[in-house]
Design a protein around this ligand. Sequence first.
Ligand code: ATP
Length: 456
Amino acid sequence: MEQREIVCLDCGGPVQRAAFLLEDRGWRLHHAKSPAEAERLVRARQASVALASFGHRFTQCCSVDALEDLFAKTAPSAWVALVERELLDDPRLPYLIANYFRDYLTTPLSAEHLGHSVGHAFGMAAMDIAASPRSADADMENLPHAMLARSPVMRDVVRNLKKCARSGAPVTITGESGTGKELAALAIHRQSSQSDGPFIAVNCGALPANLIQSELFGSTRGAFTGADRDKIGRIEAARGGTLFLDEIGDLSLGLQVNLLRFLQEGVIEKVGAHQPIAVDTRVIAATHRDLEDAVEQGEFRQDLYYRLNVLRAQLPALRDRGDDVLALANAYLVHFARMNRSRVTGFSQQAINLINSYHWPGNIRELVNRVQRAVVMSDRRLLTPIDLGLDRRSALRAPRTLEQARGEAEKDALSRCLYHSGHNIAETARNLGVSRLTVYRLIEKHGINEGARQIQ
Ligand SMILES: Nc1ncnc2c1ncn2[C@@H]1O[C@H](COP(=O)(O)OP(=O)(O)OP(=O)(O)O)[C@@H](O)[C@H]1O
């Protein structure tokens, strides 16, 4: 039988006898004298179960903060506490045990009880590891700067962004609010030859009209009341790097002329100066408005439109990203649970159903906010629709075209059949009355991950 590994953190408690009993039952023990050492051992050994032994002076061995950090960071490994009974009067221990431990044992220690408790924790941890998103998203460690893109539609976007990065030409990124336009601009910048230079983001819609010119182009001392010194504008600040102009459609016609000159000639003029300065800055613009429409309405200059639109990237709405919706929700759950040292480990099945069927009008920004709030506020291990502020009506209210409804029904039927057949393609094809080739095509079309557990 494979030897089971257990990490044993000594917080001044009765560890010797426990060690002896566990070794006698075939466990391989790794002793840790501090939370940092325990964390390292849990990771290195991939131990799914760990024991913390608390004695009277446990806070002298490790601070409660360091312990909480350790238990939150090492989830879903299961912790079992070994405590001297009187210690349970100290409210800090029941708090830690209730929030982070799978079980606890009090002294005097019974061999049978210890073996049973640790074995049970081991089994529960194995189930958790299989079901929990905590272990599934290594590539999302760098949130909020990482870009999750697993669905076919988003993989296309990422390929397109890479191509944009290779060219130095202006790019226009379009997409609904909150779809990740700024993140996409940053991805282009990071993969471009200017990646060592700065990335400066400006929201053209948020700057007051009287300030925007000097903010973008800079100003000289005395150029206007209050200008008591020379000021570098954001275009110049992004020299050698990338300037990201968000909500470009909100730029006034007057400023559009100045921006066009910069794009055509590579020079800017500060407010109050008459000397053009050459600046080498790449521009990426973004808008949630239809710029062609704005051009037709006479609100956006056609020549600037063509200058900016050399390369284009379109970000799909979150509701059109297939399995990415749940993958994003899981990734952010893990991120916020770690940040807040929360006991939350996943979503309830009902919450998963709603996450998949909700319309997400605020796109990823809305999803991030709902998950963050739920992780911070919830006392449960699995987040429910109530924690997320969603209910069945929020899903039903979603405006859907017939085409979308058909697509969802198709995806629903496919997901169910895959789930019930244990992802057996031949059986799924038989049950759906289609060929295996069609099943493969539909899996690709709906961005369903092989092995994904998703029933709506
Ligand atoms: N593919 C993605 N993977 C992970 N997180 C993402 C992804 N896309 C966007 N986000 C996150 O969603 C939030 C909104 O993204 P961002 O600000 O880039 O959107 P936007 O389209 O520029 O919004 P707006 O139109 O309001 O300016 C950010 O927290 C960002 O980190």
